[in-house]
Design a protein around this ligand. Structure first.
Ligand code: IMP
Ligand code: MG
Length: 176
């Protein structure tokens, strides 16, 4: 597909994403039956995944957002900066972290450690995408939507320099 000077190849269609989102929502609805978990979305990338996920839940939930930065263009700069913290008190709560993609694993490790400090009742980590060949993780990810090859992808919330987040499927950038 051509998109504003870029050549994009489909990696995961919106139909496949929706099917997986429904499965994840079912899993969460069963896991937190009779509870009200708080979902923490990692901005900006997870906002579309988060909005589809919460609307597929059968249970009640609360939500909040955290914003970090470590990327410019398609390169990680290696250090994480906290740009916006959560406002909710998560002590004693069932916390569900909702991430768009785990690449190096640096961002999710930073967030996990930060959330743990607040003493939640439980901590569940969900990522829509995981690059297992490059992710360096010393803890398990509870729910992974899809494992993908270590290539840069855009769409469904994921950006290239803040653009292409609004594409409804997930694509690999072939060339400019
Ligand atoms: P990590 O800290 O290297 O695991 O990277 C995690 C963050 O980098 C994600 O929350 C994304 O915002 C961004 N990121 C990593 N890989 C990609 C990609 O392929 N496309 C778009 N954003 C990505
Ligand atoms: Mg990003």
């Amino acid at each position: 597909m051509h998109f504003h000077g870029y050549e994009l190849s489909l990696v995961i269609s919106n139909e496949e994403i929706q099917k997986r989102v429904a499965e994840i929502a079912k899993n969460l609805s069963e896991k937190f039956k009779d509870e009200v978990p708080i979902l923490i979305g990692i901005l900006n990338g997870s906002f579309i995944f988060m909005s589809d996920l919460i609307r597929a839940l059968k249970i009640d939930c609360e939500m909040d957002f955290i914003k970090l930065s470590s990327y410019t263009g398609d390169q990680s700069i290696g250090t994480i900066r906290l740009l916006k913290d959560i406002s909710a008190d998560i002590t004693g709560r069932h916390v569900v972290i909702v991430e768009d993609i785990i690449d190096s694993g640096l961002t999710i490790k930073f967030i996990k450690d930060r959330m743990k400090e607040a003493g939640p009742e439980s901590l569940t980590i969900i990522t829509l995408l995981l690059k297992p060949d490059v992710a360096n993780l010393d803890f398990p990810i509870d729910i992974v939507g899809f494992e993908i090859a270590p290539e840069f992808v855009v769409g469904y919330g994921l950006d290239y320099d803040q653009k292409m987040r609004h594409l409804s499927a997930i694509y690999r950038i072939e060339k400019e």
